[in-house]
Write a new protein. Structure first.
Ligand code: HEM
Length: 280
């Protein structure tokens, strides 16, 4: 919501400062997010003597000690980093899970194969990191979900200087769009079944799945690739494994297939699913 409001505001210079209904709502949302982040930060500041915590927020707060000497992050920068990580990491991973549940609901044979893999590997226990690393079929299905329904559909870049891209001359400041979703459905890259669900294509790893080793761009690639990709895959594997251990599921007849780009790719009217508890 906050990001969407920001994009709309970019259209007209100066417009974002006017007290329009949308801007007031945006300011209110910004205050709300900032206040809830500040309350977490404040509670950590209270426990300074025992350290700020060994997570990312703790590390960033630790760096404020260096600020007195002119280095390290300011409080505003920490709040901004928290927002980046929250927005970059939350919707993306939740929609990867949404589309994975959709694909497993519509491909019940794969749902069964994955459940068998999970129960063989972890029984009914909470999976360990070691268990998760061994869930090959689950990983293949997640990769196929990322290919067919990439949560991030496009990336935008601006040329920092005049440059050549293949035999194209790109002038400085040109805006380039990388159409991830189109690349993920390209038959020249993925073969004639590019539009079909076929996790087997990932059997020998991501780089061997298509005719180009970097055809899967769901997490981007290179120095600005997603910093959270390993965490996202681990999180998604854990959630899928826990669900498969406990429930069988199928698509509700109310579901309408309307994938929509709202910054991340999501089903327009949600994903109604019928869950049945398993008595394993
Ligand atoms: C399925 C889940 C995810 C997908 C599909 C995804 C996708 C992406 C993509 C495509 C980019 C590159 C965007 C660009 O360059 O324009 C990116 C960057 C980023 N992602 Fe993710 N992401 C996911 C999960 C996460 C998680 C869990 C976190 C953090 C915990 C995270 C944090 C970030 C950050 C901080 C960047 C910016 C990196 C930089 O510019 O150096 N992402 N992500």
């Amino acid at each position: 919501m906050l990001i969407l409001a920001n994009i709309l505001n970019r259209e007209i210079p100066g417009y974002k400062y006017l007290p329009t209904e949308r801007n007031r709502q945006r300011w209110k949302l910004e205050r709300k997010v900032r206040n809830s982040l500040m309350s977490i930060i404040q509670s950590r500041l209270g426990s300074e003597h025992s350290g700020y915590g060994n997570d990312l927020l703790g590390l960033m707060m630790e760096s404020t000690r260096a600020t007195q000497e002119g280095t390290g992050l300011s409080m505003d920068e920490i709040v901004d980093e928290c927002k980046t990580f929250f927005f970059a990491g939350h919707e993306t991973t939740s929609h990867l899970l949404t589309w994975t549940i959709f694909l497993l609901s519509t491909n019940r044979d794969w749902q069964e194969r994955l459940r068998e893999e999970v129960v063989n590997e972890c029984q009914m226990e909470i999976p360990t990191a070691d268990n998760l690393n061994k869930l090959k079929l689950v990983t293949m299905v997640l990769l196929e979900a990322l290919r067919l329904y990439s949560p991030v559909m496009v990336m935008v870049r601006k040329a920092a200087q005049d440059m050549n891209l293949g035999n194209l001359m790109i002038p400085k400041d040109t805006i380039l769009t990388v159409p991830i979703a189109i690349i993920h459905h390209n038959k020249d890259l993925w073969g004639d079944d590019a539009n079909e669900f076929n996790p087997e294509r990932f059997e020998n790893g991501v780089t061997k799945a298509a005719r180009h080793p970097n055809a899967l761009l769901a997490f981007s690639m290179g120095p600005r690739a997603c910093v959270g990709q390993n965490f996202a895959m681990l999180e998604a594997k854990m959630v899928v494994a826990l669900i498969l251990q406990r429930f069988s599921f199928s698509l509700s007849p109310d579901y309408k297939h309307e994938p929509t780009d709202r910054l991340t790719l999501q089903p327009q009217s949600g994903l109604p699913v019928v869950f049945k508890p398993l008595g394993i």
